[in-house]
Structures are given as C-alpha cells and as structure tokens.
Design a binder for this molecule. Structure first.
Ligand code: HEC
Ligand code: HEC
Ligand code: HEC
Ligand code: HEC
Ligand code: HEC
Length: 459
C-alpha cells in the first residue's frame, strides 16, 4: 500500500511546502512512513504473529471484559473514523492511508495488509480489533527521542510480538507466556505515542493530549494517563482532586496472586457517542460520568439590579478533572460550550446565549471552547490532512479557568427575582459533521451537560 509519490504534495494543495524530511530518507528510519511505527527487526511482521484477545480472555477475563467495548477495541470499526479515513484516502490519492492506520490498526500497518478496494478498507480479522491486548503488550520501546519534534507522536512505537508479554510487574509468572517488566508501560509516554497527532509534513500539532499533560501539574506530581484512564471513574476524580496516585488492589489473572495494584482497561475518555452506537452502553455511561467530573461552573452576579438597568454577569469554567486541556485531542471537532439563560419569575426569557436551533446547530454567538482549524488559505476545515494552523485555540488547561462576560437589559415589566442559569454542554461533533460523514445513518447527536449553576438576582 505504500506509494512513491512525494509526501509534500499530499497537503494543502495550493502551497508546496518543502518536505520536512524526504520520503526516501524517512523510510530508512521509519519503514512504515508516514506512520512512525516500527518493528524490532525493522521488517514487516505477519498479523498472525499477534494473538487474538479471546486467547487472553481465559486467564485475564476481567481485563478482557473491560477492554471489550472500549474505544480502543473500536479504533478500527469506529464508523466516524472509517468515514474520515475513506475521505482522506480519496482526497490525497491514498497518501494518508498508512498514517491513520498506524494508530487505528497498528497490526494492519506492520503487517502491510491494509487494502483500499471498492471504497472500503480491508484488513485481517485480528487487525480489525484495533488497539488490543497483544499489540500493547508487545510494545518494546518508544522511538520518541528520534522523532522530528523529540516528542511522542504519530505512533512512535516499536513492536515485538512473540512469547514475551511486557507489563508493570517484575515478579510475575505465567504458564502461557513469558513476562517482562516494562517501565514504559507505567508512563504517559507509552500512551503519548498515539495521543499526539502531528501533521506529517509540518509537524503542526493537531491532537496534542500528551503535550498538554506534559506541561501540567499532573506531570509534575507524577500522575500518569493510566492513573485516570485505567482506574474506575470515582478513583480518577479523586486523583484529580488530591493529585495523589490511586490505590486499586486486585488480581491481574485468575491464576495470579493478590496484587497491591492493578490497572483497569476500559480506557474511557469522553466518547459516549460511538460507544453507544456500537453497542457498549457501559462504556458510554462511564464517559458521561467522566465528563461530569471534569469541570465546574460558577456564576459571579450582582445580588440585585434595577429594572431598565444593564446587568453584567461573569461565568467561570474550571477544568478540575482532566489531566490535559478541556476539551482535548480533536479540538477542531469536539464541542464544549456555555448555554446561559436569564428568566424572570414568570418564566419569560430575558437573555439566552448558546441555545441549539432546530437543525442542531449551536447559536453562532455562543462561547465555545475548541480550536478553529484552517487551511493554508485560511478556510475553515475539519479534514486533518488539510489543517495548516489553528486560527484560535480556546481550550482550558489542566486546573485552569476561563471567564466569560454576559450583559443584558432588565425589562421594565420583568417580575423579580431573575434566575441566571449557566450550563456547560458537550457534544462529540457538530451535527453537520456527523451528517456529512454518516449520511442517513447519522444519529441526532446526544448532548451531555457537564456542569450547571443557577443564581438569583433581586429586582
Ligand atoms: C492501550 C494499550 C493496552 C491495551 C489495549 C491492553 N493493555 Fe494491558 N496494560 C496496559 C498498560 C499500560 C498496563 C500497565 C499500567 C500501569 O501499571 O501503569 C497494563 C497492564 C496489564 C496487566 C497487568 C495487570 C494490570 O491490570 O495492571 C495485564 C495482565 C494486562 N494488562 C493484560 C491485558 C489484556 C489481557 C488485554 C486485552 C484484553 C490488555 N491488557 C489490553 C496497556 C494495554
Ligand atoms: C498518532 C496516532 C493517530 C493517527 C496518526 C491518527 N489518529 Fe485518529 N485518533 C487517534 C486518537 C488517539 C483518537 C482519539 C482521540 C479522542 O477521541 O479524543 C483518534 C480519533 C479519531 C477520530 C474521532 C473518532 C470518534 O469517534 O470521535 C477520527 C474521525 C479520526 N481519529 C480520524 C483519523 C484520520 C482520518 C487519520 C489520518 C488522516 C487519523 N485519525 C490519524 C490517533 C491517531
Ligand atoms: C493460561 C493463562 C494465561 C493466558 C492465556 C494469558 N496470560 Fe497473561 N498472565 C497469566 C498469569 C498467571 C500472569 C501473572 C499474573 C500475576 O503475577 O499477577 C500473567 C501476566 C500477564 C501480564 C503482566 C506481565 C508483567 O510482568 O507485568 C501481561 C501484560 C499479560 N499477562 C498479558 C497477556 C496477554 C496479552 C495475553 C493474550 C495474548 C495473555 N496474557 C494470556 C496467565 C495467562
Ligand atoms: C497504538 C496506539 C495507541 C496507544 C498506544 C494508546 N492509544 Fe488510546 N486510542 C488510540 C486510538 C486510535 C483511539 C481512538 C479510537 C477512535 O476514536 O476511533 C484511542 C482512544 C483512547 C481513549 C478514548 C477517547 C474518547 O474519546 O473517549 C482513551 C481514554 C485513550 N485512548 C487512552 C489511552 C491511554 C491512557 C493509553 C496509554 C495507557 C493509550 N490510550 C494508548 C490509540 C492508542
Ligand atoms: C487527572 C485525570 C486525567 C489524566 C491524568 C488524564 N486524563 Fe484524559 N481525560 C480525563 C477526563 C476527566 C476526561 C473527560 C473530559 C475531557 O474530554 O477532557 C478525559 C478525556 C480524555 C480523552 C477524550 C477527549 C475527547 O474529548 O475526545 C482522551 C483521548 C484522553 N483523555 C487521553 C489522555 C491521555 C493520553 C492522557 C495522558 C497523556 C490523559 N488523558 C491524562 C482525565 C484525565
């Protein structure tokens, strides 16, 4: 599936940017370029060298049940990913195929079996299972010190499938496989290899979750991605509040001893849309809980106001629970916004900002926390391969806050007191994007209310 066309043309159409690294020399370091994934031998490995998660299930049943239905298990079949992957392939003549595959089906990538035929991507059964047990536990190193940015990015992992399963223990014994201690698995760098998506030509940081974490108080305190995303949600919320590592004793295998610490495998972030679409309501429910533990809303308003007078209220949103910006990753797509209303005592609406219209679009004047991605020519885009820069990036850093001002006139006929309500709302994608990518299959996108506050003003 590799193509010989120069990588520089795959992007932005109009402007020809000199390639940051020419394709041929890049291939010496990264044989699966533009993905930075590699194998320990530097050669492709057959997908049958990876074991199916069902084989692990017998002895690691609990972990299997947690993983099954996670976004990692859906990283290949996810219909939103599939639709954008196909569009990317069509618009770039296939140059993005392997880039995207490197993270969404790493096994399909290193086995070089990704085929685009008749408008569909095809891989073997094992490669369809996305980010799975034997992929993660065969990761033997990260090559991030050698990437163009010296940060983990674009699947900068080395995989070495075989009899050795790498993990957090230095004393474990299994009758089925060898065990090896891997410090990498206990750090955010492990996750960051796939959770930093940079444009392969310009290295523009499109998805930046690892880097946001790296420069946060969580990194300073030694709190890793695993401490929140591989822990039950109540414990993750405690981690954010106390900045202390969680404790979660249990068993790693039905055949193993009681352990002081086991990490769970649901890998839930915020995606309740695709998890419920593909049939995992349990993961969707945890995603809603995580979103609800992520932010706090406060309203700063005067205690009283005059009829006919101008009132200004401030709404403060604080990222209390996420170890990275809020929202993170596909910030050019995700929508987190403030819905603010003022009603008088008889229920008449005096002011509103952030309502949804009948077509599901958010009020254009609403305060929305996201990034506005543009092409080289400055046109708005949600196609990651076209993104040249963010015109603005308005997300809330870990433990940081945003303050927004709203002003309204109190009508002379208003009945007191006034009720000011502010709700922080989240949606995985704009309705228009879901409609574009999924056509008739597109569901009406559900919204989650992350946090809400109400105060009264006497008039
Ligand atoms: C995204 C990568 C990833 C996937 C997929 C994954 N694991 Fe893990 N697993 C990890 C990491 C990372 C740790 C160690 C976390 C730590 O100690 O900080 C771990 C820990 C473990 C452990 C040690 C006990 C524990 O839970 O801490 C076992 C056993 C294990 N995984 C088995 C599995 C099995 C079986 C599957 C598939 C059903 C699986 N893993 C899927 C990354 C993964
Ligand atoms: C470096 C790894 C990496 C690469 C390369 C990558 N992705 Fe992803 N992708 C991710 C991760 C991680 C997420 C999950 C982020 C999240 O949900 O917040 C994701 C999520 C997505 C989603 C959102 C899915 C959903 O259900 O909301 C789409 C769509 C997507 N990727 C498309 C692509 C396309 C198209 C490409 C190639 C042009 C690509 N990705 C390349 C890692 C990658
Ligand atoms: C026949 C039972 C059995 C099967 C099948 C099995 N394991 Fe294990 N595994 C164990 C036992 C027992 C341990 C040790 C648990 C302990 O010490 O707490 C273990 C430990 C592990 C560890 C921790 C290694 C470490 O030292 O940190 C990982 C990772 C792991 N298994 C992954 C897998 C994966 C991936 C599969 C499927 C490809 C799998 N296992 C299949 C029994 C099994
Ligand atoms: C081999 C690449 C890879 C590795 C390693 C990896 N991830 Fe992921 N992760 C992905 C991809 C791809 C997706 C998105 C699937 C989609 O949306 O279609 C994802 C999705 C997620 C999600 C769900 C996001 C959402 O919107 O709900 C979380 C949470 C997550 N990963 C956390 C982690 C953590 C924590 C680690 C490290 C222990 C890790 N990942 C390691 C590739 C990876
Ligand atoms: C202090 C706890 C905490 C830590 C540490 C943390 N996260 Fe998160 N993460 C959250 C919460 C809460 C959410 C849900 C709110 C949101 O979307 O940001 C989330 C959401 C996500 C999402 C989904 C974003 C979306 O909107 O699609 C991804 C992907 C993710 N985290 C990956 C990571 C990775 C990778 C790391 C480590 C580099 C990490 N997280 C560290 C708490 C944490």
């Amino acid at each position: 599936m590799r193509t010989s066309t120069s990588i520089a043309v795959f992007f932005l159409g109009a402007v020809s940017l000199a390639p940051v690294f020419a394709q041929e020399s890049a291939r010496e370091t990264y044989p699966f370029f533009p993905s930075l994934i590699n194998t320990s031998s530097g050669n492709p490995v057959a997908s049958k060298r990876f074991m199916d998660p069902a084989l692990c299930q017998g002895c690691h049943g609990e972990i299997f049940d947690q993983w099954q239905g996670s976004m990692h298990s859906f990283a290949f079949p996810d219909p939103v990913f599939q639709a954008l992957w196909r569009l990317a392939s069509e618009e770039t003549g296939g140059l993005t195929d392997i880039l995207c595959a490197g993270c969404h089906t790493a096994i399909g990538t290193v086995s070089e079996e990704v085929v685009f035929e008749g408008g569909e991507f095809r891989v073997s059964e094992i490669a369809r299972k996305g980010v799975q047990c034997d992929l993660c536990h065969s990761i033997s190193a990260s090559s991030f010190l050698k990437t163009p940015t010296h940060l983990p990015q674009n699947a900068s992992i080395i995989v070495d499938p075989g009899v050795v399963k790498r993990g957090p223990y230095d004393d474990s014994v299994s009758p089925f496989h060898e065990c090896a201690y891997s410090e990498l698995h206990t750090t955010s760098e492990f996750c960051g290899n796939c959770h930093n998506v940079f444009h392969p030509v310009t290295n523009f940081h499109i998805e930046n979750t690892y880097s946001e974490w790296k420069f946060s108080v969580y990194a300073q305190k030694g709190i890793q991605c695993q401490d929140c995303h591989m822990m039950p949600v109540e414990k993750a919320i405690e981690v954010a509040r106390t900045l202390e590592k969680p404790k979660n004793p249990g068993k790693a295998s039905i055949m193993g001893p009681e352990r002081d610490q086991v990490y769970t495998h649901e890998f839930v972030g915020a995606n309740y849309t695709v998890t419920s679409l593909l049939g995992s309501d349990r993961h969707a429910e945890i995603a809603r809980e995580r979103l609800k533990g992520a932010a706090e809303v406060e309203i700063l308003a005067p205690e009283s106001a005059q009829k006919g007078g101008l009132v200004t209220v401030k709404v403060k949103v604080t990222n209390v629970g996420a170890g990275h910006n809020l929202p993170t990753s596909l910030t050019e797509v995700r929508q987190m916004w403030l819905d603010v209303s003022v009603k008088d005592a008889s229920g008449v609406e005096i002011f509103r900002s952030g309502a949804l219209d009948a077509a599901g679009n958010i009020d254009e004047e609403a305060v929305i926390f996201n990034a506005h991605a543009v092409t080289q020519d400055g046109h708005h885009t949600v196609r990651p391969w076209e993104i040249a820069r963010f015109e603005y990036n308005r997300t809330i850093p870990p433990k940081g806050s945003a303050r927004e001002k709203y002003s309204f006139l109190v009508p002379h006929n208003a009945h007191g007191p006034l009720a000011v309500e502010a709700t922080l709302r989240y949606r995985s994608y704009p309705q228009s994007m879901a409609d574009m990518l999924l056509g008739d299959e597109a569901p009406v996108l559900p919204v989650v209310d992350m946090a809400r506050k109400e105060v009264q003003i006497v008039i």
